[in-house]
Design a protein. Structure first.
Length: 179
């Protein structure tokens, strides 16, 4: 039975990039999901290869009150939430993942969202699942750079980080929203 990874928003800018990488791994079943089943299936059709991952598309509405039941039906071991912007979002998706017994990962860079997710830690541990947020350029990679360049310093008083999308990056709401 293959390891199943569900990518919520898997046909969007960042989800698509992840889907392309995972499609090359024959040990995976990659499920692209969101509210636009046509877009998800279209990407699956383009990425499906004879030697790559098994891929499929499905409709998932992250605002659905029965999201945990949907996740159980899909039976993903890992759910990657790429559907930003995360500013103003609650933790409904992560909570549904915990209830379904699936590990949760997101690409959030919204400060309040990232720093507040610790409220789910005890419940995640109780269900033996990982809840990981901020696996994006900012804060994940920027924090790694700060850790590296400050490792020999006794004290850091302030850090200002600025990041902007590349020239070919889609400038959708998730890319441009302020934290």
């Amino acid at each position: 039975m293959p390891f199943t990874v569900l990518i919520l928003g898997g046909y969007g800018f960042f989800g698509q990039r992840l889907a392309k990488r995972l499609a090359a791994d024959a040990t995976l079943h990659v499920v692209l999901a969101g509210r636009n089943l046509t877009a998800a299936q279209s990407l699956v059709d383009r990425l499906q290869t004879s030697n790559g991952a098994r891929m499929s598309a499905t409709f998932v509405d992250v605002t659905d009150r029965e999201l945990s039941a949907t996740l159980r039906r899909i039976a993903a071991q890992v759910v990657v939430h790429t559907g930003g912007p995360y500013q103003g979002q609650g933790y409904h998706v992560a909570e549904a993942c915990i209830a379904a017994g699936a590990h949760y990962l997101d690409l959030a860079d919204a400060r309040d969202f990232v720093t507040g997710i610790g409220v789910l830690d005890a419940r995640a541990k109780e269900h033996d699942v990982l809840v990981l947020t901020g696996a994006s350029t900012l804060p994940a990679l920027s924090s790694a750079v700060v850790d590296e360049i400050s490792k020999d310093l006794r004290r850091v008083d302030a850090i200002d980080i600025g990041i902007s999308p590349g020239n070919r990056t889609d400038r959708g709401l998730a890319t441009c929203a302020r934290s």
